[in-house]
Ligand binder design. Structure first.
Ligand SMILES: *Cc1c(COP(=O)(O)O)cnc(C)c1O
Length: 495
C-alpha cells in the first residue's frame, strides 16, 4: 500500500493543481483530431468553450431540491419540452433529465416493473422483450431490478425479427423495447411493427433513442428516409435520449420522456420516514449535478435548428463517404442499412481477419471499437470526422493489404484474444476473464493498470496460451456444433 495516493498534508496552490490536471489530460486520447469514434461528440472548439462556461456557472448547484434551484428545474423542463416537441410528443408528454443513457434506461425498466406490480401483481417473474442488439444498460437494469430481458434475434440487416418478437411475447411480458437506432450498426429496429405487437397485447413500449433521439429527427428533416420511431407510433410510451451524444451537450446529460404522467408516475420515488425529512426523487441518483443540466440547455439554445441540421448533415456525409470507401475495398463489407451517421464494417466472405485489420489500424493511431456477432468495427461519425475520411480509408486499405499479405497477423497482437472472446461458446468464461480485468483495474494501490497482463490471467487468456496454435481448428469445430444445434432447433420448431 506504500504507493497509494494520500491527501497532501498541505494544500497545493490552485495554479499548480490546474497544471497537474493539464499534464494528465495531455496524455489522454486526442478526440478532437477525429481518430476516436463514439466516446466524444465534438461540435467545435467554440461550442466546447460554451459548454464549459455553462457547466462552470452551475458546477456547485443541486437539482435534488428544485425549489432551492428553480433555475435548474426551469432548464430541465425546457430541455425536456424542446426534446418532446422534436420527437412528436403529444401535449401530455412529460420527462426528466438523467445523468446518462444508462440511468434513463435503469429508470425506465424500474418504472415498468413497478407499473406491472401495480396493474398485474400476479406476474412473479417479469420479462421485457427486446432485440439481441439492445444496449447492455437493459441487462444491467435486469440484473439490478430482477427483471428478465428476453432477447430476440435479428435478421441479416441487423433489424429485429418481428415474427420471432411476436413469439417471445408471453404471459410474463410487462413491456417491449427496441432501438432507434441500435448502437452497434446504427440500424433502426422496425418500431412500427413492434409497436403493433405491443398494441395488440396491451403492452407499453420503450424506444431506446439514446444515440438517435437527437440525430434521427434532423436526418428526417434533411430529407433522408427514416422509418417512424418516435411518439408518432401510437404504442410508444417512453423514449430514452442522450443529450451528451448528438445533442452535443456536456457529459452527464440524458433524458427519459413519457407519453403522459400516467406512464411517468411509476418512476417517482418517495421515502416518508427519513429523520432527515421527507425525501422525493424522480430518478436514480440523489444529488443531481446542475452543471450538465445548464450545459445541455446552453447547447440546445446555442446550436438551434440550423446548427443541428448543419452538424447532422456533415456527420451523415462523413459516414456516407466512409461507407462508400469501405464498400469499395475488396474483402470488406458494410454491415446493416444504417440511415445516418453511424457505420459498421466487417469482412466479406473470404475477407481478412477483422481483428487483425483492427490491430493494424490501431498501430496507425486510430481508436478502434471492436464488435462481435458478427465480428465488426464501429464508427460513430460527427462533423468532426469529415476531415479524416480520406486518411481513414487510406489507412484501412493499407491495413487490409498487410493482413492479406500476412494472414499470420491474425495470430499475433490482440487479434486472437478478441477473436476468442467473441467466439467462446461458454460465455461465463468470457465474463470471468473480463471481470478479472476490472479487478486488476481496481486493485488496491493501482493507479494505471497493465490491462493486457491481467487479461491473460483470466481463463480465456490461459486457454489462449495453451491452445493458441490450434485455436482456429477448435473454434471452427465449435462453430460447426453451434450451427448444427441451431438447425436442430429450427427443425423442432417447424415440426
Ligand atoms: C450510448 C447508448 C446507451 C447508454 O448510454 P450511456 O450514456 O453510455 O449510459 C444506451 N443505448 C444506446 C442505443 C446508446 O447508444
Amino acid at each position: 500500500m506504500s504507493g497509494a495516493a494520500r491527501i497532501p498534508a498541505r494544500g497545493v496552490a490552485a495554479d499548480e493543481v490546474l497544471a497537474e490536471l493539464a499534464a494528465m489530460k495531455s496524455a489522454d486520447t486526442d478526440w478532437k483530431g477525429g481518430r476516436v469514434f463514439s466516446l466524444v461528440y465534438h461540435a467545435g472548439d467554440d461550442h466546447t468553450r460554451l459548454l464549459e462556461r455553462a457547466h462552470a456557472l452551475f458546477a456547485s448547484t443541486n437539482l435534488l431540491n428544485p425549489m432551492a434551484f428553480q433555475s435548474l428545474r426551469r432548464m430541465e423542463a425546457e430541455v425536456t419540452q424542446m426534446a418532446a416537441g422534436l420527437m412528436h410528443g403529444p401535449d401530455t408528454a412529460v420527462g426528466a433529465m438523467t445523468s446518462g443513457g444508462t440511468e434513463s434506461i435503469l429508470v425506465a425498466v424500474a418504472a415498468y416493473r413497478d407499473r406491472a406490480r401495480r396493474k398485474r401483481p400476479w406476474i412473479r417473474h417479469p420479462e421485457i422483450v427486446a432485440p439481441r442488439t439492445i444496449h447492455p444498460a437493459f441487462d444491467k437494469a435486469a440484473h439490478y431490478f430482477g427483471v428478465r430481458i428476453r432477447k430476440v434475434d435479428v435478421d441479416d440487416d441487423q433489424r429485429v425479427d418481428v415474427r420471432a418478437f411476436a413469439r417471445a411475447i408471453g404471459a410474463r411480458t410487462i413491456a417491449v423495447a427496441a432501438s432507434a437506432p441500435q448502437y452497434p450498426h446504427g440500424v433502426v429496429d422496425p418500431i412500427e411493427e413492434v409497436g403493433a405487437l405491443a398494441t395488440q397485447h396491451g403492452l407499453p413500449m420503450h424506444v431506446d433513442a439514446c444515440v438517435g433521439g437527437f440525430l434521427l429527427p434532423w436526418v428526417e428533416r434533411l430529407g433522408r428516409p427514416v422509418p417512424r420511431w418516435d411518439f408518432r407510433v401510437p404504442a410508444v410510451t417512453s423514449i430514452s435520449a442522450d443529450l451528451h451524444k448528438y445533442a452535443y451537450a456536456g457529459k452527464g446529460a440524458s433524458m427519459l420522456l413519457w407519453r403522459s404522467m400516467d406512464d411517468m408516475r411509476h418512476q417517482f420515488f418517495v421515502a416518508t420516514d427519513f429523520p432527515g425529512g421527507i425525501y422525493a426523487s424522480p430518478t436514480m441518483i440523489g444529488t443531481r449535478p446542475g452543471g450538465p443540466v445548464a450545459a445541455a440547455w446552453a447547447a440546445m439554445r446555442a446550436l438551434g435548428e440550423d446548427g443541428y441540421l448543419r452538424l447532422t448533415g456533415a456527420g451523415c456525409e462523413a459516414a456516407d463517404r466512409l461507407r462508400a470507401g469501405i464498400a469499395a475495398i475488396p474483402g470488406l463489407t458494410v454491415i446493416g442499412p444504417s440511415v445516418a451517421a453511424i457505420a459498421a464494417w466487417g469482412a466479406a466472405p473470404g475477407g481478412p481477419d477483422v481483428f487483425a485489420v483492427a490491430d493494424r489500424l490501431e498501430a496507425r493511431g486510430w481508436s478502434i471499437d471492436r464488435m462481435q456477432h458478427p465480428t465488426a468495427v464501429h464508427l460513430t461519425c460527427t462533423a468532426n470526422h469529415l476531415a479524416i475520411v480520406d486518411d481513414y480509408l487510406a489507412d484501412l486499405r493499407a491495413a487490409v493489404d498487410e493482413v492479406v499479405a500476412n494472414p499470420n497477423l491474425a495470430r499475433s497482437g490482440s487479434a486472437p484474444m478478441y477473436g476468442m472472446m467473441a467466439k467462446v461458446p461458454v460465455r461465463g468464461l468470457v465474463k470471468q476473464s473480463v471481470a478479472k480485468v476490472l479487478e486488476a483495474m481496481y486493485a488496491p494501490g493501482v493507479i494505471v493498470p497493465d490491462v493486457s497482463a491481467s487479461a491473460s490471467d483470466g481463463v480465456v487468456g490461459k486457454v489462449l496460451d495453451k491452445y493458441g496454435p490450434q485455436l482456429d481448428a477448435v473454434l471452427e469445430r465449435v462453430d460447426r456444433v453451434r450451427a448444427r444445434v441451431r438447425r436442430a432447433r429450427r427443425l423442432r420448431r417447424w415440426r
